[in-house]
Design a protein around this ligand. Structure first.
Ligand code: TMP
Ligand code: ASP
Length: 237
């Protein structure tokens, strides 16, 4: 598979065209960003860790019947993926309160929700990813009612799979963000699932093992990601 021109450079990943018009190469860089790109640092081993972590999780989700864009691990930092037309929407599932929901609703952090909750956000750093609802998505043409229903159903199904997997490894899956796209008109999970886009707390100590370590300057960010990988049985080398 030949790597061609860079198609898109995000905050932590770059995407390259290939000789197959329906396939892309996703490159995980060591760049780490928070607060919509206001804080950016390079963290050694981060690209490799997230690439392998993401591939491991996506394969688990495929096994559980979730369609993903994942095709083949190419190197430490690169993976071959299906070329999706991404919906400009982020899907967030929460099991326990943390982050923006505490600020928006004035609730304390660490409350277990009666049932998992679901939120849509618009992907727009300049506007700090504002929350949007189903009606906005349809009225602005970002997605259809069918796609909304499917994104919600898939996001909750993913919760069943991952909550159990992390629980078995001694972690609480507090919340996470997913992005979907279309491949031949079909909704497929894209982007990545890694400790960059979720919150994982140790069940005993409630310490963070995710990007909150970076956001809050707690140190040992990648060591935390590596510990999660080790406990879920994800090979990093
Ligand atoms: P929030 O508490 O900031 O709304 O984030 C909820 C979860 O979604 C948290 O695990 C971080 C993740 N997330 C991202 O990774 N990127 C984003 O742009 C947003 C809005 C959330
Ligand atoms: N995607 C966001 C960013 O990198 C995540 C965050 O705010 O932490 O800015």
């Amino acid at each position: 598979m030949e790597k061609k021109a860079e198609l898109y450079r995000g905050k932590a990943k770059s995407v390259f065209e290939t000789d197959d018009p329906k396939r892309l190469i996703m490159l995980f860089r060591d760049d780490t960003s928070a607060f919509d790109g206001q804080k950016i640092e390079q963290l050694a081993r981060k690209g490799k860790t997230n690439n392998k972590f993401n591939y491991f999780i996506m394969k688990k989700l495929e096994e559980a019947g979730i369609p993903t864009q994942m095709e083949k691990l190419l190197s430490d930092n690169e993976v071959l993926v299906k070329k999706l037309t991404m919906l400009p929407i982020e899907c967030v599932v929460r099991n326990v309160t943390a982050g923006s929901i505490c600020r928006r609703l004035g609730v304390e952090q660490g409350m277990e929700l009666k049932t998992p909750t679901f939120e849509f956000f618009l992907k727009n750093d300049a506007l700090h990813d504002p929350m949007v609802n189903d009606s906005h998505i349809i009225s602005f043409g970002w997605g259809t009612q069918e796609q909304i229903d499917e994104m919600k159903a898939l996001s909750f199904k993913i919760n069943d799979v991952l909550k159990k997997m992390f629980d078995d490894a001694g972690f609480i899956l507090v919340d996470y963000k997913l992005e979907f796209g279309l491949f031949d008109g079909k909704l497929v999970l894209g982007d990545e699932f890694s400790p960059d886009g979720c919150r994982l707390w140790d069940k005993e100590t409630r310490q963070s093992f995710d990007k909150d370590r970076f956001r809050k300057d707690l140190g040992n960010v990648i060591e935390g990601y590596e510990e999660v990988a080790r406990r879920i049985g994800c090979p990093l080398d």
